[in-house]
Design a protein around this ligand. Sequence first.
Ligand code: FAD
Length: 307
Amino acid sequence: MNWVAELDKWAADYLPDMRIAEEEPMAKHISFRVGGPARRMAFPESGEQMVLLLSFARECGARPLVIGSGTNLLAPDGGLDRLVIVAAGLRRVEAGPEPDTVLAEAGAPLAQTADFACGQGLTGLEFAHGIPGTVGGAVYMNAGAYGGEMAQVIQSVSVLFPEEGVRLISGGEMAFSYRHSLLMDCPEAVVLHAVFRLSPGDPVVIREKMRELMARRKAGQPLEYPSAGSTFKRPEGHYAGTLIEQCGLKGLTVGGAQVSEKHAGFLINRGGASCEDVLELVRQVQERVLAETGVRLEPEVRILDVE
Ligand SMILES: Cc1cc2nc3c(=O)[nH]c(=O)nc-3n(C[C@H](O)[C@H](O)[C@H](O)COP(=O)(O)OP(=O)(O)OC[C@H]3O[C@@H](n4cnc5c(N)ncnc54)[C@H](O)[C@@H]3O)c2cc1C
């Protein structure tokens, strides 16, 4: 039996209530709105379902891939012959195990987590409020903005490793650095939940800070178009957007993909872009910036390979 048939049979027997979609377009689950169908896409609604599903998926060769909101992903036009697991159903956010902490499941949106912290009178997550990802994706990426990043607020992360099972990893052990975490070196590890260590603060001041940062985003970023945010990492000593703009690349277009006129660090989908359009635009931008400035731009967006 192939992995699809094995998975379908197992899921019907052991997780009959969990939704599994067939040939589900990745474009529907990725903010760039590109990507062909995933052979199977599962939507677990609890940590228990996630753990069970992952262990069977590995056994039957489904090569599971866990995603959050898909806001930092590019999926191939030809689709993915694997099981994609959307963590969005694991979205519990509650007071953490110690004072001034918040516990959030992997699929909880950062906005919801920051709102909860604000409601508890806890400051520290304001920077994350406008990042459109989930807690799992943010921990994986060490997401950050406006001087804050996950590394500063993560106390611990509950991670499921394929061989060892679930382990509680402290923030210090997460090997966080700029847009990097331990998880990037353990591609099969999955975040189940995270505990944030925050500080007491005035909810009115916290709310005002979140509003101010959101207004800055709206003013400076092309939020009206599908994208994955900043496409490239910040090169040492530079800003990717500034370099791209200096090279005169604003508005450069390949098919439906374009370097945003509003913020050159964002590649956007002007409508009908394919993943190949975006990848070709990435290549052209990298080539021109390298030739004209000597700086090599590295994608921040995670590019899922055709396998
Ligand atoms: C308009 C816009 C603005 C943005 N602004 C910012 C910003 O200011 N700062 C910033 O850092 N980023 C920004 N981003 C990028 C993106 O929102 C962040 O990187 C975010 O953390 C990704 O979270 P996600 O849930 O969407 O992850 P996904 O895109 O779904 O996944 C990203 C990676 O994380 C992995 N992953 C996801 N969940 C788990 C899990 N539970 N366990 C293990 N691995 C997992 C995936 O496999 C993938 O490799 C922006 C994106 C957009 C579209």
